[in-house]
Design a protein around this ligand. Structure first.
Ligand code: ADP
Ligand code: ZN
Length: 529
């Protein structure tokens, strides 16, 4: 009943100080809170650690009724509610982990007007009994957390989120605030349209995380590289290591443990109790390393995560940004380190080629991967490239690996032609296709068993590339694959030419390549010290 004005504003500040114990609002918090407390709808895009929770918690406390918070993070609800209760906020949650009695109790509190905040899993809102429960109480606002889960092509899509557009139809006068840390224009637009928030006020914070140092290193022995990073720069620090597969999660966690680093595995193949224990230990104990698939991390509020390491290439820049964003929520210097190599490109291109779904879906996956590859292969500032992807202009940061040790570029046209013609000759003269490692053996003139078996030492391209070392050839191949001047196919990842390859072979197209630094991690670490 109180329009946005001085009294909402002083109420909000009083709640911030008395309940949460903070002195001042950060960034857009005050404006967002006043807008929602005054009854307006809002779409909030703010990076991880930006302080999104207060944007709905304070309006819920200032307005009459209960703030209903929709969140997919069932595993965290108990913690969130406990933390609020410790501050004297009356909070409860309803989700599938509760038994009937627990649920009944929370429902009774809600109806008696004894709650300030009620957290709900999205699937609860598909149940008519929950909707009619909400009808019988007074609702202060709806907060839709992790709102990017409504984006169908996003990396965290949850079908239950699609039903949330109905909230507005059923309760047209209740203000809604949707919040996310995912920021591309496309996701942003999709959230607004799917949640019917086109008329909401949009608050877009800067996505820069200045305390995170971004580094992408050539992958050669990823577990060893990781170990040396942890020993030299992050001894005793808490961090997250992301791996693509469950098997590599297990292996990496075991490897770290054998080497004296306290590490725990986390992936969807572990039973729920083990996952919950590992998550709780990571949150509560100091200096644990969580080795995980991307199943881990959304909503984890651990301020002192000092590093996020990726041992495999993320599928999109959005995913990379989300995952690396879990480092340094406390604002202290933190590292985002990714090891990236030829096999990552081969594997991901192949996975897309073999993925289910229509061609449009595959094109979209490929576009996401291309943006991620461009970030890996860039010779410019990583941060500029990253923020640019989210439509945010910026200038070179001076703190990422490419700023600290600018990579050289070289004219790789002749090298590219040699590699492509080795592939092309095998096909034209012998109708044979091989994987990249064998092609490199041919270029280097190595008489391996396979070379002998297929008489490949008789090819004109045999030994034609001795001016480069093996690592350099792999780098050439990786960059050609990233630029789609070369492609992989089939179960054996055999190489084949693309339209672009023809232009390179015909001398119509020059190929500028990045010279990979030898030891990116070390060099950047030293420069910083
Ligand atoms: P997000 O959900 O955007 O990732 P959170 O809401 O979890 O971020 O907030 C991140 C951290 O910042 C939390 O520890 C929170 O208590 C703290 N925080 C939020 N707003 C403020 C503020 N105005 N002053 C001080 N600390 C704040
Ligand atoms: Zn930079």
């Amino acid at each position: 009943p109180d329009p946005a004005g001085t009294s909402v504003s002083s109420d909000a500040l009083r709640v911030l100080r008395r309940v949460f114990g903070y002195d001042a609002f950060r960034g857009d918090q005050q404006e967002i809170i006043e807008h929602v407390a005054g009854g307006g709808d809002a779409l909030v895009l703010m990076p991880t650690g930006g302080g999104k929770s207060l944007c709905y918690q304070i309006p819920a406390l200032v307005r009459r009724g209960v703030g209903v918070v929709v969140s997919p993070l069932i595993a965290l609800m108990q913690d969130q509610v406990d933390a609020l209760k410790a501050l004297g906020v009356r909070a409860g949650f309803l989700n599938s982990t509760q038994d009937l009695d627990e649920r009944r109790l929370v429902e009774a509190e809600f109806l008696a007007g004894e709650l300030d905040l009620l957290y709900l899993a999205p699937e609860r809102l598909r149940v008519e009994s929950t909707l009619s429960l909400l009808d019988r109480g007074e609702i202060a606002l709806f907060a839709i957390d992790e709102a990017h889960c409504v984006a169908q092509w996003g990396h965290d899509f949850r079908p239950d989120y699609l039903a949330l557009s109905a909230l507005h139809e059923r309760w047209p006068t209740v203000p809604r605030i949707a919040l996310t840390a995912t920021a591309t224009e496309a996701t942003h637009t999709e959230i607004a349209s799917r949640l019917k928030l086109q008329d909401a006020r949009h608050f877009v914070a800067s996505f820069d995380r200045p305390n995170i140092q971004y580094r992408i290193a050539p992958k050669n022995d990823p577990k060893r590289q990781l170990l040396s990073l942890l020993r030299s720069e992050h001894p005793g620090d808490a961090g997250i290591v992301y791996c693509l597969s469950r098997a590599s999660v297990e292996k990496t966690a075991a490897f770290l443990t054998e080497n004296g680093i306290a590490a725990l595995p986390y992936h969807a193949g572990l039973d729920a109790a083990t996952r919950a224990t590992h998550q709780a230990r990571f949150l509560r104990e100091d200096g644990l390393v969580m080795v995980a698939t991307i199943a881990f991390g959304m909503g984890i509020d651990k301020p002192d995560v000092r590093f996020v390491a990726h041992l495999d290439l993320p599928k999109s820049v959005e995913g990379y940004y989300q995952e690396t964003g879990r480092a340094g929520r406390d604002g202290q210097p933190s590292t985002a380190w990714l090891a990236y190599g030829l096999q990552d490109v081969v594997q991901q291109r192949r996975m897309i080629e073999q993925s289910e779904g229509d061609p449009a879906h595959r094109r979209r996956l490929a576009a996401h991967l291309d943006a991620m590859l461009a970030l890996c292969e860039t010779v410019e500032c990583r941060r500029v490239q990253l923020l640019n992807y989210f439509g945010e202009p910026s200038t070179a940061c001076g703190n990422c690996d490419t700023c600290l040790a600018p990579p050289e570029t070289w004219d790789g046209t002749v090298a590219a032609q040699k590699l492509l013609s080795a592939v092309s000759r095998l096909w034209r003269e012998r109708k044979q296709k091989f994987g990249v490692l064998h092609i490199v053996d041919i270029l280097l003139g190595r008489k391996t068993a396979k070379v002998i078996q297929f008489d490949h030492d008789q090819l004109r391209t045999f030994g034609a590339g001795t001016e480069l070392r093996e690592a350099e050839w792999r780098s050439v191949a990786r960059q050609l694959l990233a630029a789609e001047l070369l492609a992989v196919e089939g179960d054996h990842n055999t190489l084949m030419l693309t339209e672009g390859s023809g232009e390179v072979l015909a001398g119509q197209r020059a190929v500028k390549l990045r010279r990979d630094p030898e030891r990116t991690a070390r060099a950047a670490g030293k420069d910083r010290a």
